[in-house]
Design a protein around this ligand. Structure first.
Ligand code: HEC
Length: 111
């Protein structure tokens, strides 16, 4: 059945599974920052919180926000990079958004 669903149809289906508000975009905790700092030394709750804000501000314009758990942690950097042009964010902001999603994907329950 390959080719039966257009990319557009697929987007509509996945779109229906998205969260409708920022309420399901979890705020980072001390435990998240601690875990993240093992891989990215110096990561603080403040930095992750700012990154969450960037994500909400820059990524909710065209589609509902995807929960961190909606994609595997190791896929987020590429997914975020794919949206760079659309979201009109600079590289520093992109890195932060990717960091937030990667870190939170590891703790959040499945969507
Ligand atoms: C200008 C509109 C626009 C903005 C802003 C935008 N997106 Fe998207 N996004 C889209 C469209 C259109 C699609 C579906 C088509 C596609 O995948 O290319 C999509 C799809 C996605 C997907 C699903 C991709 C997949 O293969 O499952 C993710 C994840 C995503 N966006 C994340 C983000 C993130 C993170 C940001 C902020 C950095 C962002 N988007 C900002 C338009 C946008």
């Amino acid at each position: 059945m390959r080719g039966c669903c257009s990319r557009f149809t697929f987007s509509l289906i996945t779109g229906a599974l998205l969260v409708g508000c920022a309420g399901l975009i979890p705020p980072p905790t001390d435990a998240d920052a601690l875990r993240a700092s093992a891989r990215w030394p110096g990561t603080t709750v403040g930095a992750l919180t700012e990154a969450r804000r960037l994500y909400i501000d820059h990524c909710s314009g065209c589609h509902n926000l995807y929960t961190p758990a909606s994609h595997p942690a190791d896929k987020w950097p590429k997914l975020v990079a794919n949206m760079a042009v659309r979201a009109k964010v600079d590289n520093r902001q992109l890195d932060r958004i990717a960091l937030y999603l990667t870190v939170m994907a590891e703790t959040s329950p499945p969507p």
